[in-house]
Design a binder for this molecule. Structure first.
Ligand code: BGC
Length: 580
C-alpha cells in the first residue's frame, strides 16, 4: 500500500496556495524573474474505462495574478469527463484548464490542486508528458531561463486499477454512496426529501447484516448499488464495522450479539466474510471507507478500574484483550483489500478530551493498529463524534477565555476538558496520534449528522460575563444538559452536510450515523439483536457517574437503537444548522 503524503493536505493546500498567492501579489515578485512551473500529474483507473486524475500545478516563476491557463495533450484515447477547481475543455487530444474566479492568483512557489474524472477507450494509455502554464513549458525548474525543454515532472501511474495505490484522501474528487434504504425512509417523512440524497453510513451491526435480512439489504447488495451509482466515477461508500465481542461495554443500548469471549466468531463469521466480499474484483473501483469499531477502545481507557466510572464489562474486555485483538484483526484483514480505507474510532471531545484520556487513547489505538498482524499502514485515519452530538465549532467561547480571572476550563460545562468543540479535538487528536507513531498523513472524519444545534434556541453571541458559567452556558451551541449525554438528545439538529476536506487534517465531514435512526429505546423493548435497555435513553433517568448524575436529556417514545425514530428525524430537520 502506498500512502501519498503529498495529497493528504489537498484541500488545505488550496487554502494555503490562495493565501500565498495573495501574499505574493501584494509583495510583488522580484523584478525580472522568468516564468517557470512544475506539474505533477497522476491518474488512477478503476476499470470499465474510467479514471481519475490529480494535477498539481506549482508556480516556480513570477507571481501570477488574474488567471492562468494550463494546456496538455493526451497521448492516447483519454477524454475529460468532469473536472474540478478549473474550467476544463478538450479539443481532439488537446486539453485546456483555466483558473476559476477564486484560484486565479498563484504566488511564486505556490501550488494548486486541480483534477478531473476521465474515460478511455483503451487501457494502458500513457499519461500526458508535456504541460504549459500561460504558454510556458513546465520544466520543473525555476524560471531562470525562458528556453523551453520537453522535460516534465510527472508521477505516472497506470490507468488500470493499481492494487498498490491508495489516494491520500478518498473523499477528494469522489461522489458518495447514497443508501437507497435510508433515503426511502427519509423520503417517506414530510420534508425528508430535502436531505434524502445525502450519503450516510451503512452499519454492519451484526453477522446477519452481511448477507442481509428481510428488512435490510446485504453488503454485496449495497456494493452492487454503489457500482451502479458510481457509473465509472470515483465513489466513496462508507461502512461501519460494529460487532466486537462484548460490544459497547459501558452502555446497554447497543450491546451486540457476540459475547465477551467470542473473538473467533468475530474473525471467522464477521470480519473474514466482509473482507472476502470487499475484495471481489467487481468492487475494485470503489473507494470503500470502513470505520472500525465505534465505542470500543476509548472505553478501555475511561471506563475501567480503578476509575470511579469503571464498568465491569469494560474491565472484562480490557483483561481478555478482545477489543484490541479484534480491532487489529479487522484493520489487517480489511486493510489488505487495496481499495479499503480504515478509519479508527476516537470517541469525541466530551469523552476523550481530558488530559488523562487523550494521550492514553492515542497510545492504545497505536497498540491496536499493530495487533493481530496489523501495522499502522492499515490506518488511513480516525473518526470522531460518531453518532454523538458534540458541536463542531463553538464560536462564542474558546478554551483560552477567562471570565473575571476564572478560566472557562473551570466552568461546570467544560469541567477541565482541554477542548470545547469537535473540530479542535479532532485536529489535536490527529497530531497526538502522529506523536504516538501513526503516519503523518492520517486524516480525521467528523460525524456531523446530528450536531447542528440550530433552531430558535441557538445563541447568536457570547454569554454574559457575570460569571464563567453564565458566559459558557449563555454562549454554547451544544444544548445538552451534560457533555456525557449521548442518547437521542432533545433539541439536536442536523449538522454540516457531508463535505470533503473541509479543514486542515480533516478528510471529511460525514453523516456516519444515519439521522432518524434511534440511539436506544426509552424503555425496555424485547428484541433478538442483543440490545439492552440503557436508562440514558430514558427521559426520566436522573443519571450516573458518567454524566455527572444529570438528567439524560433523551427524547421519549424511542425505539431500539438502529430503528427509525420519526419524531427525532423531524426535530433534527427543524433544528438543522445550516438550516435546510
Ligand atoms: C445501533 C446499530 C445501528 C446504528 C446506526 C447503533 O447505535 O446499535 O444497530 O445500525 O446505531 O443507526
Amino acid at each position: 500500500m502506498k500512502l501519498n503524503g503529498q495529497r493528504r493536505w489537498a484541500a488545505a493546500g488550496v487554502v494555503v496556495a490562495t493565501a500565498v498567492a495573495t501574499f505574493g501579489v501584494a509583495m510583488s515578485a522580484p523584478a525580472g524573474a522568468a516564468p517557470g512551473c512544475r506539474v505533477d500529474y497522476s491518474a488512477n483507473g478503476w476499470g470499465g474505462g474510467g479514471f481519475g486524475a490529480s494535477v498539481k500545478i506549482t508556480n516556480l516563476g513570477d507571481a501570477i495574478s488574474g488567471g492562468w491557463t494550463l494546456k496538455f495533450s493526451f497521448p492516447g484515447s483519454q477524454r475529460v469527463a468532469q473536472g474540478w477547481s478549473a474550467n476544463w475543455t478538450q479539443s481532439g487530444k488537446d486539453v485546456t484548464a483555466t483558473s476559476m474566479s477564486w484560484n486565479g492568483n498563484l504566488g511564486t512557489n505556490a501550488s494548486i490542486d486541480i483534477g478531473f474524472n476521465g474515460s478511455n477507450a483503451a487501457t494502458g494509455d500513457a499519461n500526458p508528458s508535456t504541460f504549459t502554464l500561460n504558454g510556458t513549458t513546465c520544466t520543473g525548474q525555476p524560471g531562470t531561463t525562458t528556453t523551453t525543454t520537453t522535460t516534465t515532472t510527472t508521477t505516472t501511474t497506470s490507468n488500470n486499477p493499481d492494487p498498490g495505490t491508495k489516494v491520500d484522501n478518498p473523499y477528494v474528487g469522489a461522489k458518495q454512496y447514497v443508501n437507497p434504504d435510508w433515503a426511502a425512509k427519509a423520503n417517506a417523512e414530510p420534508g425528508g426529501s430535502r436531505v434524502a440524497n445525502q450519503p450516510t453510513g451503512v452499519w454492519l451491526d451484526r453477522i446477519a447484516a452481511i448477507a442481509g435480512t428481510a428488512d435490510s439489504r446485504g453488503l454485496a447488495g449495497h456494493l452492487d448499488e454503489a457500482v451502479r451509482q458510481a457509473a465509472g466515477s470515483p465513489l466513496v461508500i462508507q461502512l461501519v464495522i460494529y460487532n466486537l465481542p462484548g460490544r459497547d461495554c459501558s452502555a446497554l443500548a447497543s450491546n451486540g450479539e457476540l459475547k465477551a469471549t467470542e473473538i473467533d466468531r468475530y474473525k471467522t463469521e464477521y470480519i473474514d466474510p466482509i473482507a472476502a466480499i470487499l475484495a471481489r474484483p467487481a468492487y475494485a473501483g470503489l473507494r470503500i471507507v470502513t470505520t472500525v469499531e465505534i465505542d470500543s477502545l476509548p472505553n478501555l481507557i475511561t471506563n475501567v478500574s480503578p476509575r470511579p466510572t469503571a464498568v465491569a464489562a469494560c474491565d472484562t474486555m480490557k483483561s481478555n484483550g478482545n477489543y484490541v485483538t479484534g480491532v487489529g484483526y479487522a484493520l489487517a484483514k480489511l486493510g489488505a483489500v487495496p481499495n479499503v480505507y480504515n478509519y479508527l474510532d476516537i470517541g469525541h471531545h466530551g469523552w476523550i478530551g481530558w488530559d488523562d484520556n487523550f494521550g492514553p487513547t492515542a497510545e492504545l489505538l497505536f497498540q491496536a493498529a499493530n495487533a493481530s498482524g496489523s501495522t499502522k499502514a492499515n490506518v488511513q485515519g480516525f473518526i470522531a463524534n460518531t453518532a454523538n452530538y458534540g458541536a463542531l465549532k463553538e464560536p462564542y467561547f474558546k478554551i483560552e477565555d477567562s471570565v473575571n480571572g476564572t478560566s472557562v476550563r473551570q466552568s461546570k460545562w467544560v469541567d477541565w476538558n482541554r477542548y470545547v468543540d469537535g473540530l479542535s479535538y479532532a485536529q489535536a487528536f490527529r497530531n497526538r496520534a502522529v506523536q504516538a507513531g501513526f503516519d503523518a498523513n492520517v486524516g480525521v472524519l467528523i460525524d456531523t449528522s446530528r450536531n447542528g444545534w440550530g433552531g430558535s434556541a441557538r445563541p447568536t453571541g457570547p454569554g454574559p460575563t457575570t460569571s464563567v458559567d453564565a458566559y459558557v452556558n449563555g454562549g454554547k451551541l451544544d444544548r445538552r444538559i451534560h457533555l456525557g449525554n449521548w442518547c437521542n438528545q432533545a433539541g439536536a439538529g442536523l449538522g454540516e452536510r457531508p463535505k470533503a476536506a473541509p479543514e486542515p487534517g480533516i478528510d471529511a465531514y460525514v453523516w456516519m450515523k444515519p439521522p432518524g435512526e434511534s440511539d436506544g429505546a426509552s424503555e425496555e423493548i424485547p428484541n433478538n439483536e442483543g440490545k439492552g435497555f440503557d436508562r440514558m435513553c430514558d427521559p426520566t433517568y436522573t443519571g450516573n457517574v458518567r454524566n455527572g448524575n444529570n438528567m439524560s436529556g433523551a427524547l421519549g417514545n424511542a425505539p431500539i437503537s438502529g430503528k427509525w425514530f420519526s419524531a427525532q428525524f423531524q426535530e433534527l430537520m427543524r433544528n438543522a444548522y445550516p438550516a435546510l
